[in-house]
Design a protein around this ligand. Structure first.
Ligand code: AMP
Ligand code: ZN
Ligand code: FE
Ligand code: FE
Length: 284
């Protein structure tokens, strides 16, 4: 039976509550669901409680945006509990960096003739990790963009007129902090990094050498042959081939929990593959 190891709730930039995500996972007959909000663990208690009630396995996670030698990489960290810990403590710093950056983005938008206020943005954010998708929502509400994608295309995308960098961990810091917190990492949607085949080979083996646990092979935007190809690379490096839908509710139209755009199947052995990379797993 399949699993989904990449989802977002309204704790970050998804639109559904964590308990709704769990309900959708049950409806899709999944055996495990991971909640991986950006830079926050605040949805995990609700998600876990809903999963316990429904009898589905729940994997607490978080998605980080990291830097590796100038490359922007998204990294998923699994089995990160909403308690104090090395990675957990850095998340507060990352969220503070987001807030600072959000103010700078709003200054740029004002200079571009779109004076969105922070209050307007916060009206679209239910959780503590606020970012560009919520600014996009505020632009849409003002009539300055048609939808989130249009707002990114016109203003907010990397390199766009209102784009501002934010503080990031490096990939190896994220891996170390995750391991110190008892978790395991996977590179999210590697196709978005934009490397050639040789570049991917180098990246994956470098990060495997510093403790990476998996590669997200099964992803809606990966064509079937890329999913198979990435799963093969993961196996050759001793890494887990993981996957998920990157569900964001109505924030990312056309994506369903479990099945992505209809053809996603993430094998449940991805969970055991990740578990094999967890530090001190004998003690757990
Ligand atoms: P941030 O974390 O604030 O930098 O915003 C990045 C998030 O915005 C990503 O994780 C996606 O969820 C979302 N996003 C990125 N590009 C787009 C896009 N073109 N259209 C809609 N949402 C996007
Ligand atoms: Zn997102
Ligand atoms: Fe991502
Ligand atoms: Fe994501």
């Amino acid at each position: 039976m399949p699993v989904d190891l990449h989802t977002h709730s309204n704790a970050s930039d998804g639109t559904d509550r964590p308990e709704v995500i769990v309900r959708l996972a049950v409806a899709a007959n999944l055996t495990a669901i991971a909640l991986t909000d950006h830079d926050t663990l605040s949805g995990l208690d609700e998600g876990r409680a809903a999963a316990e009630r429904a009898g589905v396995r729940f994997i607490p996670g978080v998605e980080l945006s990291v830097d590796h030698e100038g490359l922007k990489i998204h990294m998923l960290a699994y089995w990160i509990e909403p308690i104090d810990g090395p990675l957990q403590d850095r998340l507060a710093w990352l969220r503070a960096g987001r807030n600072e950056r959000n103010r700078e983005i709003l200054e740029r938008l004002r200079a571009l003739g779109h004076p969105v206020t922070l209050d307007e943005v916060m009206a679209h954010a239910q959780g503590e990790a606020v970012g560009r998708p919520h600014i996009a929502d505020a632009l849409v509400a003002r009539g300055d963009a048609a939808d989130r994608s249009d707002a990114f295309r016109r203003f907010l995308a990397d390199g766009g007129p209102a784009y501002v960098e934010r503080v990031r961990l490096t990939a190896s810091e994220a891996i170390d902090l995750t391991r110190s917190s008892g978790g395991v990492t996977a590179i999210a949607h590697p196709a978005t990094i934009g490397l050639d085949a040789a570049g991917y080979g180098r990246l994956f083996s470098q990060l495997a050498g510093v403790g990476l646990g998996g590669i997200e092979a099964y992803y809606p935007e990966h064509p079937p042959e890329l999913r198979t190809h990435l799963a093969g690379i993961a196996a050759s490096l001793g890494l887990a081939a993981t996957g998920g839908s990157d569900y964001h509710g109505s924030g990312k139209p056309g994506i369903s929990i479990g099945t992505g755009r209809g053809d996603l199947v993430v094998p449940d052995d991805a969970v055991d593959g990740l578990l094999a990379h967890r530090p001190d797993r004998g003690a757990r």
